[in-house]
Structures are given as C-alpha cells and as structure tokens.
Write a protein that binds this ligand. Sequence first.
Ligand code: ATP
Length: 310
Amino acid sequence: MQPVIEVKGVTKTYASGHQALKSVDLDIRKGEIFALLGPNGAGKTTLINIVCGIVTPSSGTVRADGFDIQRDYRETRSRIGLVPQELTTDAFEAVIDTVTFSRGLFGKSRNPAYIEKILKDLSLWDKRKAKIKELSGGMKRRVMIAKALSHEPDILFLDEPTAGVDVELRRDMWKLVRQLRENGVTIILTTHYIEEAEEMADRVGVINQGELILVEEKSALMRKLGKKELTVYLADPMERVPSELSDWNLTLKADGNELEYIFDAHEERTGIPSLLRAMSDLGIAFKDLNTRQSSLEDIFVSLVHERNGQ
Ligand SMILES: Nc1ncnc2c1ncn2[C@@H]1O[C@H](COP(=O)(O)OP(=O)(O)OP(=O)(O)O)[C@@H](O)[C@H]1O
C-alpha cells in the first residue's frame, strides 16, 4: 500500500545556519498512529512544519496522499489537520465562530452539524458561545484540536498535544485520538511523554539532533530492546556485592537493602535460579523478589544517550 506520507531526503538549514534536519526519510502508513519522540530541539516541529507547508525544506521531497506538498500545496494542505504546539487563535472570538471560520479557510462548504459533532466530541458544546480568552488552558487546547479537525482532514498532526494538560484531559485526548483512528484518520504526534507513545502508538520514530535514528513497531521495539530487571529485597543490608556473585550483573541499591539484577529476558537462561542458589549457599536471605520489564522510556533514554556519547 502506498504510504500516506512519504518524506524523502529532507534537510533543513535555517537562515541562522543551524541544520535542524539531516536527510530524513520516513513513510507514514495509512491509518496508523505514529509517535515521533526526541529531546528538545531534535527537529520534530521542523519536520511537522515542513510536511504541513509552514516551513520550506532546504532539499528533499514530501508527498501526502501522492501529492507533492510544495507543487500541490492546496491539495495536500486540505487533507492535513495540524494542532500546533502554541495556542494561536483570536482571543475575542467565540469558540463556534473560530472553528467554523477555520473550516471556511479550506474552502469547505458550511456544515453546522459536523461542527456541532466535533464540539460535542471535545466537550466544548456548552462553551460554544464563550470567547476564547475566557477559556482555561486545557479548553483552549481542545479548541485548537476542533479547529484542526474542522475541515475533515485524513491526516492529523498533533505537536505535543498534551503538554501541560491535566491527567483527565490527557485521557480524553487519547480517547479522541483513538476514535479518529477508528474513523480512518492517520495520526502523527510528537510527545515528551513517553507514556503517551507507549499507550497510543502503533509505530515509534526517534529523532535526535536532526537525524531519524530509529523507526520501529512499538511492540517490536519493546521486545527487542527491552531488558528485564530483578530486584531482590534483602533481609539484612549488605555493604558490597560478594565476589562469589560477580558472574551476575548486580548492583546494590537502597542503602544496601536491594540487589538489582539486569538480564535479557530473551536468553534461554536468565541466570535467576543459579543466582538464587548461590545466594542461598552464601546464607544471604531475602524478603521478596520483583521483576520489571524496561519501559519505552528506558529504551529511549539509553538510545539517545548512546548516540550523544553520554
Ligand atoms: N525559525 C528558526 N530559525 C532558526 N533556528 C530554528 C528555527 N526554528 C527552529 N530552530 C532550531 O532548529 C532546531 C530544531 O527545532 P525544533 O523546534 O524542530 O525542535 P523540536 O524537536 O520540535 O523541539 P521541542 O521538543 O523543544 O519542541 C532547534 O535547535 C531550534 O533552535
């Protein structure tokens, strides 16, 4: 199937001379939720703004639904909805007017029933007559989403959709994003909350210093790079790890009260039974054991650190 977005060899050097993107290639599949992760300044917004036609690439091409984003700007832009990071909208306008106006900007005919539906989906219907400046930050963010959806796009970009919103709104947004996907909308989101990518994404891309260093199915990524961690809660604290246990990768934690063992869950032998036997032989008693699978956050932090030589 043809990708819904094809980014080929895209670079961006800003007028300041800063190279924000170094030859990015990326295909987005129709109907997926793709999470773009990366530290501050990695180039996420630059990439989104290029696809949305707000920033011009220095080189390379981007196609959306088969159309070139520069040559066929109107075609591609009408298929794309963008929820930008910054809230920019007319403070004195009423919610319903600003959302209706956004639809008109894309040359779509009026459709009050559709506008009513998105305002209801976003719990904004009761506030439809309120001026933007009278809304809370979370509600303003909902208005930005309503505006981005006003022209019924097939592709939705969400740049940090849940930055600074409360837990409840974040859950609501996740629900909404899933609903949109069920209706066939392709979603690309950037986030600093790894939990968000872990919860939502089908695929994950990691961008670092303008380079796309990884694109992977989320589940495969977690299987491949995920390590497991065993914590042994000791009955009595220990000063150092005994030399007899040096075959295992152990770290003493919590003032000597916990032993941490990192192991590869895919190895046939995890080393846990032999470790416990060796501990028993040394008369080391424990109160409890716990194992934990490393999260996407652990994977992300170690990837970026590895790259940056930290
Ligand atoms: N208009 C501009 N002129 C010059 N440099 C810019 C411009 N916009 C962004 N940059 C620089 O390009 C780099 C990438 O910025 P970008 O906003 O794409 O990063 P980001 O990954 O979205 O970061 P964040 O997570 O902080 O939003 C940064 O070093 C930034 O300072």
